[in-house]
Design a protein around this ligand. Structure first.
Ligand code: CO
Length: 491
């Protein structure tokens, strides 16, 4: 029996889950030679929220981090988390922007692209998978685990088979909320192992205390790789700690061999970093949070919502709002809760409780109802869909959302040139996602980043001001059957 391999996620999900994604590249460097010498299957070093946070809060140009880490860890494969057509942001981008992002990342040394879609709509992953394969790198198709009446073991296994057929070199079960119970992960992994030839990877969080037992079950079912991290950027809302997972697998025939002395050294280095990032850490993230199991929402969403409800003076409505979350999910077609849908569903649940159901329908929730984020796991409630249509004036769509978008790179190149900012592909793709933040990088003094508050958070979907700052919108309209292009500008 082949030993299970570990990925190490401390340089991305570890600090994203436990220190608001605030670990600067410079602090990572002392750990790199040891991490690189461990023989991990891959090091997760980039992607997810780390690109937004590094740029927005630390003033780091994302590709510089990748270059530096690649140089510091040359032996081990690098892995990134990639939100399909959303790349690493919160809306859909044109195919040529997705392709350019993949090509740049591949050129800078990214090896494994873990691709997911917030609605589990594989159409939103196809373009990225194709581009990764074309660049000669590994596309890892991820299935977002979520609980609902329509999400059955068979459905997850079927999605895995579909992703393998689309050309994925490995399949991941992505349990972003740490809600997967051992028997379920056992069944999904077994189903995948029976039906596909590529390796199966499991990613979970220890939020509700089920991470390690679920990994054990996954290993028993034949999972090839699991994701672990290094304490104190592990456990709690993070991945189970590498050393602990080794202990949990003691005497298991599939226990891998990782140097425990080196793990101790790593723990010391990361403890030191943790102390330095004290502003951004919170003990609440480190305890087992069984509330997450009761409410079936990601732990991060719970803590964010406690704060938001306070701001809205709705603290007394906590239970009501969380009881509303499954209602909103059901009406919107049982969508999973992961960036950006967790924020969209949460906000809508809050609005429903405050103003009455659907009295305040947020633009993002309307877009989900109308198909603008992709195909939902179950059909959207027809009345909610009709309401969204009336309130937004938009037509529902069934096509892949990115099919409505024309190419984007040329315009990005022009926009950057006009601003006097370098307009190579690297800058264009970052500008597409984070225009204001990229401009800040070249116009603000270093002090700007030092003054950022520890409480500043990454928005889960673009705030209206940011969307408006994107400038005029081009729309295609049809007059008497003739297609015309119009530009709509806000005055
Ligand atoms: Co995660």
């Amino acid at each position: 029996m082949k030993p299970v391999a570990f990925n190490n996620n401390v340089l991305r999900d570890g600090h994203q889950s436990l220190a608001a994604t605030r670990m600067p590249t410079e602090l990572m460097l002392p750990a790199c030679p040891i991490l690189d010498s461990m023989g991990f299957n891959a090091l997760e070093t980039w992607g997810g929220a780390s690109i937004d946070a590094g740029l927005r809060f630390l003033g780091e140009f994302p590709f510089d981090r990748l270059d530096t880490l690649k140089k510091a860890c040359p032996k081990t494969k690098h892995m990134m988390l990639f939100r399909g057509q959303n790349i690493v942001a919160y809306t859909h981008f044109p195919d040529d922007v997705v392709e350019a992002f993949v090509n740049c990342s591949a050129r800078h040394g990214m090896d494994i692209f873990r691709i997911f879609d917030a609605l589990n709509d594989t159409r939103n992953m196809e373009c990225a998978i194709r581009a990764v394969n074309k660049a000669g790198k590994e596309a890892q198709g991820a299935i977002c685990y979520t609980k609902s009446p329509v999400d059955t073991i068979e459905r997850f296994v079927k999605m895995g088979c579909e992703l393998a057929e689309l050309g994925c070199g490995s399949i991941a079960i992505k349990d972003m909320a740490g809600l997967i119970p051992p028997h379920i992960v056992y069944d999904i992994v077994s189903g995948l192992k029976k039906n596909i030839k590529v390796p199966v990877v499991v990613h979970t969080h220890e939020t509700a205390g089920m991470g390690a037992p679920s990994y054990y079950a996954a290993v028993e079912a034949g999972a090839d790789v699991i994701d672990t991290s290094i304490a104190p950027f592990a456990n709690g809302t993070g991945q189970p700690d590498t050393a602990r997972m080794l202990a949990v697998l003691e005497d298991n025939p599939r226990k891998p061999d990782y140097d425990t002395k080196k793990l101790l050294q790593l723990r010391e280095i990361f403890q030191d970093i943790y102390n330095k990032l004290g502003f951004y850490t919170d003990l609440k993230n480190e305890v087992i949070d069984t509330d997450a199991l009761i409410y079936q929402v990601p732990g991060g969403m719970l803590s964010n919502f406690r704060v938001q409800l306070k701001e809205q003076k709705m603290e007394d409505k906590f239970d009501e709002v969380f009881a509303e979350v499954p209602y909103v999910r059901e009406k919107l077609g049982w969508i999973p809760l992961v960036t950006p849908t967790s924020q969209i569903v949460g906000t809508q649940a809050m609005m429903n409780v405050k103003f009455g159901r659907w009295k305040m329908f947020t633009p993002q929730a309307m877009d989900i109802a109308l198909g603008y984020y992709g195909r939902t796991p179950a059909p959207v409630d027809p009345e909610v869909k009709k309401l969204a249509q009336e309130k937004s004036g938009k037509e529902p769509i069934t096509a892949r959302p990115a099919d409505l978008k024309g190419p984007g790179m040329e315009e990005l190149r022009k926009a950057l040139a006009a601003k006097g900012i370098k307009n190579d592909d690297e800058h264009c793709v970052i500008y597409a996602m984070f225009p204001q933040q990229l401009e800040d990088l070249y116009t603000k003094p270093r002090e700007f980043y030092k003054l950022k508050s520890p409480k500043d958070k990454i928005p889960a979907c673009p705030p209206p001001a940011e969307a408006a700052a994107k400038g005029p919108q081009k729309l295609k309209i049809s007059i008497d059957g003739q297609e015309r292009s119009v530009t709509v500008e806000k005055l």
